[in-house]
Structure formats: structure tokens, C-alpha cells
Design a protein around this ligand. Structure first.
Ligand code: GAL
Length: 714
């Protein structure tokens, strides 16, 4: 409460001063690189806030009271429909949309916009009973049953026939409804048994493979099937890779293709829905889907739907305890800010802008433990979403349900249906604060300090799959490795864009690029990276990069030889150590422990050594090297240290040597700039004071940032 914008008379004065003096400069969004995003029309605020509502869970008499209350609290939109198929089509072919009509009418009456969802994650019982063949089969070869969600095979032709009917009807009916501003396809569509082992998948995989390889000989070559007598005579003989049945046990090439096949199928199912809707809805309505955090989704590739969706949205439950939150004794209550940040920046990278479709408003029910968020944390998460450029925030959910699997999941409203929850109070505060900022006319030019350290993170999920198949050191978790690099960038206050190899890698747009454990590289990519550097880019690569070709084969050359010329060193060998006997690496008189991965480097003439191994039989060999190339630089970090401090220092030095100002934020403190405001949030268990510039106008919060605290200034 103390942080409220106008609760402090000094802040009020400052705000008035700004209102009087500041000029509104052209609105340009740094986070939204796309200059012409479709207006989302979710409300008139820099980040309109909405809430999920399930009319099907409540008596009709309560709908009006609830929606009125939602609007009174300052929410500007609601979100309905994703699990309501059985209510929309109670029996085959008997549709009932009258209740949707009524809800939309009430929403309109109270000025709430609506995101309408396709109800496809939960096909009705009559459908799964009639067609059990549409139910997915998991890797234990167990067929899913009715009663969960995402249990249907999302691209099964029979299922799609029903999907087509309901989506067409929805689109025709609401495609130009004044309250419906946009559509969400499905719900966290990749969160079911993503690898499908149904008969349908068994039949489809060979077809997909045949299209890709054309001849069985080509597949045999690409999959290296002469190993362990895996050779196939026909495509039909090929089983689905499966850890349980050991089909293709250890064949990394088969697994890579299985993951790509899976991602393609999911993307195809989403495309099917998007194309159906586009036939009927107005041009003003937009289409998205809500990807859950990526860490669990290696076989999903949101970029495949770049042209089908207007944008990718994301969801986040910070206290679920599945995430990495090592930020001290309060971390379990403050949640993983790194995940929120990563998830936003990855979703944003797909089409240049994003919004957060689900954010917990309090305690959840499905985590490993389900703690109460620290007072202030719910509001801080909202501010963090704002800081990251989210175009909207939708909280999950408005009312706590009285029944069902998520009974103990908090909502904005308590179980009595009328009292505001603790999180609800924080939402009210957040909405008020964001509205106040939205009314300010401020300088929106992106500060040089922020734009000049903008960083591209080269992204290809194949690397995660390939390393995941064979970590080589059990403790080499590819996600952990990527997160550690991402965390270093965030501690320097860098805005990060995930870029694909196919994109233009332009140093004017991205002066820095991180390529972390990018194991699969084509020669074309290596040439493209070289060109990026020659044109002035600063490239930072980490261990394992370029070890294999895009099929996951080692090169017929020395270890990683195709990148030697680029990095200015050879990499004759690499090593692993047991965690109990770490090695040391030395840089500038400091020593750092490592054990998961160590590439030994032999620099070529003109390449500088930034760190060397301080022990083992290869003592003195280089571990980190750097070279100038054309107008840019390449730094190769061959060692993966235990606490990441060496990597952080090397990255930091790279930016400074290139003349950039970088932040030195403690772990779990995040700083971003958005629409004319600097925003800092503190997920760590300690208070932190940022050295604010003398001219800074503090609009919200105190410079001494407590755990869960927020400060906004310009
Ligand atoms: C999300 C899901 C929602 C709801 C929520 C509960 O992952 O998309 O439908 O289940 O979790 O926290």
C-alpha cells in the first residue's frame, strides 16, 4: 500500500510537475519491434488488465453481479470459453450459444471487452465416447480417458471435423461482435501428453519422414541406422521413438525428427484453427494462443505459428516451485522472476509484441508446495509484466471455484463470491497505478543506455532436444545453461530478443548476440555469424556450440572444427569432472570452480586468452578466448563454471569494452524501460538500493527496494 502512486505527497507533487512540464513524444515501443501491431483494443491504458471468468461455473443470476464488480475494480476485459465445449454443444449437433450471448451482452453493458477462446482443450464426453480413437496415447502406451484436458489428439481428422464445426459457428456468430476483441486458440496447447503414441501418430510419422527424406536410403543415412542394425527397408517399419519401449534408444537423429514432427503437428493444429477463424471473423479481431513457460516444452516451437497468429501470448505461475528460484529464504513466496522474464521475451520475439494471458493472483493449488505469495508479490509480478512490455495482463482467475480440480486456487474474489482476496486488493492497487502512469505525458524516446545494449539470443529448440538426448555430463542441463546466460544478461539490464537462424542478424539492430550451447550448426549459419561480426556485431558463444551438423552428426573433421576459424582457436578436446572434484579456471588472478563442461582451446595468432585451466593434466590450456574480427568481436567461453561468475564477468567486460553502459544488478533484481518509464522489481530476499540518477523522478515506490518491492521513475 505504501508504494501507491499518490499515497506519498512527494510523489503527488512530482507527478503534477511531470504532468505540467513533460511533452508527449512520438510513441514508439522498444519491446514491440513490430511497428504496426494490430490494435488490441483491450482498454485505454498502457497495459489493460483483465480477468478470467467461467460463467459455466456459476448460476446465471450471479453473472451480472460478477461482471459489474470486475469492471468496478478497474478490470477492462474478461476471458471466457476455453473449457466450455460441453456447454456450447451439450449433445452432438445441438448447439447452445445463448449463454455466451448473454455474457457478452453483460460484458458490453459494463464496458468490459472479451477475449473469446476456442473450447478445443476439452472435447465433450459424447465426443470422446463416440470416438475413443481421438484420445491421445502417452509414452507408456496408455490411452488418455475423458475427464482431463488436452487429452484429444489435436490433429486427428475425426476430432478436427468437430473442431471445424464449432469454430466455424463461433466465428460466424461472434466474428464481428462489438465486445469480442480477439480470440485465443485452445489453452496452453502443448501442455498435454505432447509426445503422442496413438495409432494415428504411428501412421503419420512415416508419412512425415517420407516427405522429408523422400527415400528410405536417405533416412537411413541421416539417422545413422547402420548403428545397432536399425536399418529400415520401408518407412512403414519405423516405430515412434520411445524411452519406455526403447525404440530408437539413444538414436539422437530419430529423436530430433520426432520432436520436429511433434512440433509440426501442433503448429498444424493451431494453423487449422486460425485459418478457420480468419474465414469468418472481422479484420479487427486478433488471434493468439497462450503458451505456458517454455522450459517444459522442448517439442513446441511457437515460431512455427508466426504467420498464423497475430502474436503469441504467455502464461506464468511464479510460485509453482517447478522453476528455479534460488533467491534466498523468501524466494518461494516471491517466485521466479527469471521465468517470467524469459517467457515474456521469448513470446514477444515471435511477432514483436506480447501480452500475459494468465498470471496468478495469489496462492495456487498445483505446485509442489503452494505457499502464500509475500504481501506485495502479486502486484510486483504485474509491474514486472508491465516492465517487460506486455501489452495486456489477464489474471487467472476472477472467482475462486468451489468445485473441481482447482478448488483451492485463489481468485480475485474469495469463495463467498463477493469479498476481494488479498491478491484482489493488490490488483486494484496495480490497476490504479498503471492507469495513473498511462495518463502522464512523458518522453518516450528509448534511452541510449538501454537500446545500446540490446541483445539477440540465438534460438533453436533442436539444441535443447539434442543435448537433452545426451547430456554427456549428467549435470549438464541445457535449460540451466541457457538460463544462466540469460540471467547474466538480465543482471546487466539488457533487453533480449530471441532470434532464429533464418532471420536477418543485423548488428545495427542487435549489437550483441549470445549463442549458448548451440550444438547444431550448419556451415551457412557459421558463415552468417562471421558476417554479423565482421559488420560490427559482438558475438558471445559458449561451450558445445557447433559440435554437430543440423542432423546431429559429428563433423568429419576435428572437434568443432567448422567454428575454429570464427572463434580464432582450435578445440582439440573437452572434459568433464565429478561434482565432488571440481577443477579450477583462472582469469585475471581470480579462480573459479567448474565441473560440468570444459573445452580446451588453443588460440590462433591474434586471439587473446581470457581464462586458463589452473589444474588437471592440461593446466595452462585456454578456457576462454576472444578475438577481433572485422568491426566486431568473438568471445568463446569454453568452460561452464559452477556459479557462473566467470561467464558473467567475461560478458560484462565484452559490453564495456564495446563502450556500453551496463547495470550491475544483484541476482533476482530486474530493471527494464518501457514507454518512458524505468521499472525495477526485487525478487530477492534482501533489500536493494539502486543508485538513481540525481535527475530521476520517482513516480512509484521507494529507492530502497524491499523484497517484493517496485520502483518506477523517469
Ligand atoms: C494454467 C492453465 C489454466 C489453469 C491454471 C491454474 O496452466 O492454463 O487453465 O489450469 O493453470 O493455475
Amino acid at each position: 500500500m505504501k508504494d501507491h502512486l499518490f499515497s506519498n505527497p512527494c510523489h503527488l507533487k512530482i507527478c503534477i510537475k511531470i504532468l505540467l512540464s513533460a511533452a508527449l513524444v512520438i510513441s514508439m515501443s522498444f519491446h514491440g519491434e513490430r511497428n504496426d501491431p494490430k490494435p488490441l483494443d483491450l482498454g485505454n491504458s498502457l497495459m489493460p488488465v483483465g480477468a478470467y471468468y467461467y460463467p459455466e461455473h456459476w448460476p446465471e443470476e450471479e453473472w451480472e453481479r460478477d461482471l459489474k464488480k470486475m469492471a468496478e475494480l478497474g478490470f477492462q476485459f474478461t476471458h471466457i470459453g476455453e473449457f466450455a465445449w460441453s456447454r456450447m454443444e451439450p449433445e452432438e449437433g445441438r448447439y447452445d450459444f445463448s449463454w455466451v450471448d448473454r455474457v457478452l451482452e453483460l460484458a458490453g453493458q459494463y464496458g468490459l471487452k472479451v477475449i473469446l477462446c476456442t473450447p478445443t482443450p476439452t472435447p465433450p464426453a459424447w465426443l470422446t465416447h463416440k470416438h475413443p480413437e481421438i484420445l491421445a496415447v502417452n509414452e507408456s502406451l496408455v490411452r488418455q480417458q475423458h475427464g482431463g484436458r488436452l487429452h484429444a489428439i489435436y490433429d486427428h481428422p475425426i476430432y478436427l471435423r468437430y473442431v471445424e464445426k464449432i469454430i466455424t459457428l463461433l466465428g460466424e456468430r461472434y466474428g464481428d461482435h462489438p465486445s469480442v476483441v480477439g480470440w485465443q486458440l485452445d489453452n496452453e496447447p502443448h501442455f498435454g501428453p505432447i509426445y503422442d503414441y496413438s495409432e494415428f501418430a504411428v501412421a503419420r510419422f512415416p508419412v512425415w519422414l517420407q516427405k522429408k527424406y523422400r527415400t528410405i536410403d536417405e533416412l537411413n543415412r541421416s539417422w545413422g541406422t547402420s548403428f545397432w542394425s536399425q536399418t529400415y527397408n520401408t518407412f512403414e517399419q519405423i516405430p515412434l521413438p520411445n524411452k519406455n519401449t526403447k525404440a530408437h534408444a539413444g538414436n539422437p537423429h530419430a529423436w530430433l525428427d520426432f520432436a520436429r514432427f511433434t512440433a509440426d503437428r501442433l503448429a498444424g493444429a493451431l494453423r487449422f484453427q486460425a485459418e478457420l477463424l480468419r474465414k469468418t471473423i472481422s479484420e479487427d479481431q486478433w488471434i493468439t494462443t497462450n503458451y505456458a513457460y517454455y522450459k517444459f516444452l522442448p517439442a513446441t516451437d511457437p515460431f512455427l505459428n508466426k504467420n498464423d497468429l497475430d502474436f503469441a501470448s504467455h502464461t506464468m505461475y511464479l510460485t509453482s516451485g517447478h522453476l528455479n528460484d534460488e533467491g534466498g529464504s523468501l524466494a518461494f513466496r516471491l517466485g521466479s522472476g527469471l521465468e517470467l522474464s524469459f517467457s515474456n521475451e521469448l513470446a514477444r520475439s515471435v511477432n514483436g509484441y506480447t501480452g500475459i494471458m494468465e498470471l496468478q493472483p495469489g496462492q495456487i493449488n498445483w505446485g509442489r508446495i503452494n505457499p502464500q505469495p509475500l504481501p506485495g508479490a502479486v502486484r510486483m509480478w504485474g509491474w514486472h509484466a508491465f516492465a517487460l512490455g506486455d501489452r495486456f495482463l489477464c489474471t487467472y482467475r476472477f472467482r475462486q471455484p468451489l468445485f473441481g480440480a482447482e478448488q483451492t486456487h485463489k481468485g480475485i474474489i474469495e469463495t463467498d463470491g463477493v469479498s476481494l482476496s488479498r491478491g484482489g486488493e493488490e490488483y486494484r492497487q496495480l490497476i490504479g497505478e498503471i492507469d495513473s502512469l498511462s495518463r502522464l505525458k512523458v518522453e518516450k524516446r528509448i534511452p541510449e543506455r538501454y537500446s545500446s545494449r540490446k541483445t539477440a539470443f540465438l534460438w533453436n529448440p533442436d539444441n535443447l532436444i539434442d543435448i537433452g538426448n545426451h547430456r554427456h555430463h549428467a549435470d549438464f542441463d541445457p535449460w540451466q545453461h541457457i538460463y544462466s546466460y540469460y540471467a547474466h544478461l538480465k543482471s546487466m539490464g539488457c533487453a533480449v530478443t530471441f532470434v532464429r537462424e533464418q532471420e536477418d542478424l543485423n548488428p545495427d539492430q542487435y549489437p550483441f548476440m549470445v549463442v549458448a550451447a548451440y550444438q547444431l550448426m550448419s556451415r551457412e549459419l557459421i558463415a552468417k555469424l562471421r558476417q554479423y561480426v565482421q559488420q560490427g556485431g559482438h558475438l558471445i558463444m559458449s561451450c558445445r556450440s557447433g559440435k554437430k551438423d543440423p542432423n546431429g552428426h559429428l563433423w568429419k573433421a576435428r572437434n568443432q572444427e567448422p567454428i575454429w576459424e570464427l572463434i580464432g582457436a582450435s578445440i582439440p578436446e573437452f572434459d568433464h569432472l565429478p561434482a565432488a572434484y571440481p577443477g579450477m579456471v583462472e582469469s585475471n588472478g581470480e579462480q573459479y570452480k567448474w565441473y560440468q563442461w570444459g573445452d580446451w582451446l588453443e588460440p590462433f595468432k591474434g586471439t587473446k586468452i581470457l581464462a586458463r585451466y589452473a589444474d588437471q593434466f592440461y593446466k595452462g590450456a585456454a578456457a576462454v578466448v576472444s578475438r577481433q574480427l572485422g568491426r566486431g568481436s568473438v568471445t568463446y567461453i569454453g568452460v561452464y563454471t559452477r556459479d557462473g561468475k566467470l561467464e558473467k564477468k567475461i560478458i560484462n567486460d565484452t559490453y564495456r569494452q564495446a563502450g556500453r553502459v551496463v547495470e550491475e544488478l544483484p541476482p533476482y533484481v530486474f530493471l527494464e524501460w518501457r514507454d518512458g518509464f524505468w521499472i525495477m522489481v526485487n525478487y530477492s530476499s534482501r533489500a536493494y538500493e539502486y543508485p538513481l540518477d540525481e535527475k530521476a523522478n520517482v513516480l512509484i515506490g521507494d529507492p530502497l527496494l524491499k523484497p517484493g518491492g517496485v520502483i518506477v521513475w523517469n
